[in-house]
Design a binder for this molecule. Structure first.
Ligand code: ADP
Length: 302
């Protein structure tokens, strides 16, 4: 556990996350009197991913679906990234729910934003390769809104969620904007529960694989689990994913999920994504299910 301050400006308060190569802390910014998030990466590790992550985050600064970059630097033992502090991640929000799942309204609302966030990262030429609930956090405006929901401004356009962690992101376009060819077999990438079958097969990933992970995530949000949620072994998860690689995966969900699944299944390595089509499918669920007037999400008025 780290303690003290960074550059005498950011005082570490508490650790909120721990990954394979680093840790995330809440810190108090004495200059602005605000809280921030700081991601640390040990300097001794051979693979330096934070520098790359900062590069990607910097290219996403015009979009509100990503944390604001504040500053980066290095100390004797660590590289660090200081960014805006957002709310809890969606994995912990869901697990704290009595039913361990979100309502259809909540899932569709965040699903539409997730598609938009993925579109933004694809737009700058990267695939994320680790789309999962713990990489989406509630936007700080959302958590504030929850507390002051009655005073919410009418035309508030700030998103509900924010996408993090570009440590596994990868370029799929070259500098001229041309598609990079598949590198063939490159090994597993991502997180077992949400990784696409292509990732289990070890093949190079592309834009379609971010959408596969998103589909698994949305199913889990509504149902509270995936057929392989209780399994830890990656090979067993792979077997279950193959077994459920049919309409049985979306059984019991609104019929638009059948179309969502059929669309993703047809995507090839080089294919671009029809984000508007996917958003339209999700919006239709809200309309047809007469959820339209229901502006409540699982964390308050949206
Ligand atoms: P790692 O790459 O080590 O897994 P992440 O960037 O995924 O680290 O962050 C791990 C967790 O820390 C996230 O799931 C989230 O809960 C929390 N976190 C990271 N950045 C922020 C942030 N800017 N605001 C709020 N929470 C954050």
């Amino acid at each position: 556990m780290l303690s003290g301050s960074i550059r005498g400006r950011w005082y570490l308060v508490t650790r909120i996350g721990q990954g394979g190569f680093g840790e995330i802390y809440i810190a108090h910014d004495h200059q602005t009197d605000r809280s921030v998030a700081i991601k640390f990466e040990k300097r001794r590790i051979e693979k330096v991913t934070l520098k790359f992550e900062i590069e990607v985050l910097n290219q996403l600064q015009s979009s509100s679906f990503f944390p604001n970059f504040i500053c980066s630097g290095c100390s004797k033992d660590f590289n660090y990234l200081v960014m805006d502090l957002h709310g809890p991640n969606l994995s912990s929000v869901r697990r704290h729910h009595r039913k361990r799942c979100f309502s259809i309204t909540t899932t569709i609302k965040i699903g539409i934003e997730m598609i938009s966030a993925i579109k933004e990262i694809h737009k700058i030429g990267y695939i994320h390769r680790d789309i999962k609930p713990s990489n989406f956090v509630l936007h700080h405006d959302t958590t504030i809104k929850k507390l002051i929901s009655k005073k919410k401004k009418k035309n508030d356009k700030s998103p509900t969620i924010c996408l993090l962690d570009f440590g596994l992101a990868r370029k799929y376009l070259d500098n001229e904007g041309n598609l990079l060819q598949s590198r063939g077999n490159v090994g597993f990438r991502g997180t077992a529960r949400y990784a696409s079958l292509n990732s289990h097969l070890g093949t190079d990933l592309s834009r379609r694989d971010d959408i596969w992970s998103l589909l698994y995530l949305l199913i889990e949000c509504i149902k509270g689990e995936l057929p392989w949620s209780r399994v830890k072994d990656r090979q067993l998860i792979f077997e279950l994913k193959k077994k459920f690689n049919s309409l049985s995966l979306v059984k019991g969900l609104p019929r638009q999920f059948t179309k969502f699944y059929e669309y993703v299944k047809k995507l090839k390595f080089q294919d671009s994504i029809d984000y508007s089509y996917l958003i339209m499918l999700l919006k239709k669920i809200i309309k047809e299910g007469d959820y339209e007037k229901d502006s409540y999400t699982d964390w308050g008025k949206s």
